[in-house]
Design a protein around this ligand. Structure first.
Ligand SMILES: [Fe+2]
Ligand SMILES: [Fe+2]
Length: 134
């Protein structure tokens, strides 16, 4: 099963939607590479890209949320921070030669993204819509 963005994840905020699509695409590239038995270096680069895209996306969302005074910002930032900690740990372990770990990243990241967008990011969209801001 491919890791694909779906219109049900559409927040209506263009930059956030583009970044979500980019994250799904990166996870899918990683999944494909791992399954195809790609070289360690290629997988390491994809993992690094995934971390970088996640950091950029979380920073974007958090600045939007701060700008609009989103009341659940602290909790949302904590969820982002916890995901980044997990990703950094996985990258670290991968570099310490626990190569097989890469196998679980796409499934882990896909599950997290779908849950987080549906529950977390949509909380912000609902907040904006209630104030006619989105
Ligand atoms: Fe998001
Ligand atoms: Fe988020």
């Amino acid at each position: 099963m491919d890791v694909v963005w779906n219109t049900r994840y559409n927040t209506g905020i263009q930059l956030i939607d583009e970044q979500h699509q980019e994250l799904f695409a990166t996870v899918e590239r990683l999944r494909h590479s791992v399954q195809a038995g790609a070289q360690r270096e290629e997988i390491r680069e994809l993992l690094t890209t995934l971390v970088r895209h996640s950091e950029r996306h979380f920073a974007t969302e958090e600045s939007f949320m701060a700008r609009y005074g989103y009341p659940d910002l602290t909790q949302h930032v904590a969820e982002h921070a916890s995901m980044l900690t997990s990703l950094h740990e996985l990258l670290q372990k991968f570099q310490e030669s626990h190569h097989a770990l890469a196998l679980m990243v796409p499934t882990f990241m896909e599950g997290w993204l779908k849950h987080h967008i549906s529950d977390g990011d949509f909380g912000f969209v609902t907040f904006l819509k209630a104030r006619n801001l989105a």
